[in-house]
Design a protein around this ligand. Structure first.
Ligand code: GLN
Length: 416
């Protein structure tokens, strides 16, 4: 049978939050307030088909022990405060909702397993998928989180009537090949794997993912981490002073909601200088372009890139090429044995739902949640592996500091 080209049109919304540990109730009530504001801005005709919340959206993120996280764990993915909220949002908008939450699972031999999970709730309010984070950040390890035993996974999301046959104009039900990556899933495994393995994006290239959903609690670079050059107290003092200068409390901004449904408000394409000395927490209404550019770099296999084509004709310029292929049938930096770029002429939509705010006085989260489309257009001269790359359409990103909702309409093509 001939394959058909189908255009899919979706409205995708992200809820960017600043949840603080011990304040689940307050966070939930802010979510409802924010959603009310969002509904007021929307008017009647436009509603989201998918709403994505951050990693640990309602509980806060920096848990330091099993005891610390215990009161917040959910024993059943289809119960608890996070699921309840997702169910309500799904029914409210007749949409899918994805929400990050901490999970406790007791196996058949009564052994306890803790996971950093994301529940996928369908428009009827039913749990249709539960993903567990595969690559852990050191904060996850502090409370005994385990890796997803299944690794990265795909699942289908059905969107009735959201497809259009590009030849006949016929309206179609579509089922999208979807995947979830929770924050550190986008990074090299344990920060130790070779950077150019791009594990998560390679997985998505190899498995033809069309919709990639990323709930995150990604840190801003001015946070204190194991890799920080300065002492903890110096970094903490810097953060405190910085927040004071912006008249913000120590936990950052809450309740100053931004609702962005302006399709024309595209993310500015800015190349940040990675060598720039300390990037401070400033221009709070704008996305953090060092994060945006870094996330894009982690999706390198989805980006058009000149050297990939060149390498295909001249292997010698890239020594690890053969080496990688001897490990298996996977693509490497987006190339397969048969073609320079596996993703050429394909489309994929990516949703990055990051939290904002500050925890422990040490950890600033980067906000900057956004919705992007990889368009698969191969530009022979493309060398940028950042927001200047024209094969990614940056439909919009929220700023780094405030809570809010961004919604964008995405049109992308799939083949069936
Ligand atoms: N790589 C991410 C970061 O540095 C990991 C954070 C997370 O998994 N929440 O922010």
């Amino acid at each position: 049978m001939n394959s058909r080209k189908i255009s899919v049109g979706l409205n995708i919304a992200i809820v960017q939050l600043n949840p603080q540990i011990g304040q689940v109730k307050q966070t939930v009530s802010r979510v409802y307030e924010l959603i009310d504001k969002f509904k007021g801005t929307l008017g009647s005709q436009k509603t989201p088909d998918l709403v994505v919340f951050p990693e640990f959206a309602l509980t806060g993120y920096n848990f330091h022990s099993r005891e610390h996280i215990l009161p917040y764990l959910t024993n059943d993915p289809s119960k608890g405060v996070s699921f309840d909220l997702a169910e309500k949002v799904s029914k409210m908008f007749n949409c899918y909702t994805v929400i990050g939450y901490p999970e406790r699972y007791i196996d058949s031999s009564e052994k306890e397993h803790l996971y950093n999970s994301a529940a996928v709730v369908d428009p009827d309010g039913k749990l249709v998928f539960n993903y567990r984070k595969s690559f852990l950040y050191n904060t996850d390890e502090e409370w005994g989180c385990e890796e997803n035993p299944n690794g990265f996974q795909n699942f289908n999301l059905d969107f009735p009537g959201k497809g259009t046959d590009l030849r006949t104009g016929e309206k179609l039900d579509v089922s999208l090949n979807s995947s979830i990556g929770i924050c550190m899933d986008l990074s090299p495994y344990k920060f130790q794997a070779p950077f150019d393995k791009f594990e998560f994006s390679t997985y998505n290239i190899d498995n033809n993912s069309e919709l990639i959903i990323c709930p995150m609690a990604w840190l801003h670079s001015s946070s204190y981490t194991n890799h920080s050059n300065d002492s903890k107290s110096k970094v903490m003092h810097g953060i405190e002073t910085n927040l004071k200068n912006h008249s913000l409390p120590l936990h950052g901004s809450q309740g100053k909601f931004v609702v962005d449904i302006d399709e024309n408000n595209k993310t500015e394409r800015i190349e940040n200088d990675s060598d720039s000395i300390e990037i401070s927490y400033s221009e709070l209404d704008k996305p953090d372009m060092s994060n945006v550019n870094y996330w894009l770099l982690r999706f390198m296999p989805f980006l058009s890139c000149m050297f990939r084509n060149k390498r295909f004709v001249d292997d010698s310029s890239f020594p690890s090429y053969d080496l990688e292929y001897s490990c298996g049938e996977k693509s490497y930096m987006g190339s397969t044995k048969d073609s320079p770029w596996a993703f050429k002429d394909k489309n994929a939509t990516i949703v990055l739902a990051n939290r904002c705010g500050v925890e422990d006085g040490t950890t600033i989260f980067a906000g900057s949640s956004g919705i992007w489309k990889f368009n698969g257009q191969d530009v022979d001269t493309e060398t940028n592996l950042n927001s200047l790359n024209e094969s990614v359409e940056l439909l919009g990103n929220l700023g780094k500091c405030h809570e809010g909702i961004i919604m964008r309409h995405v049109d992308f093509e799939i083949i069936r």
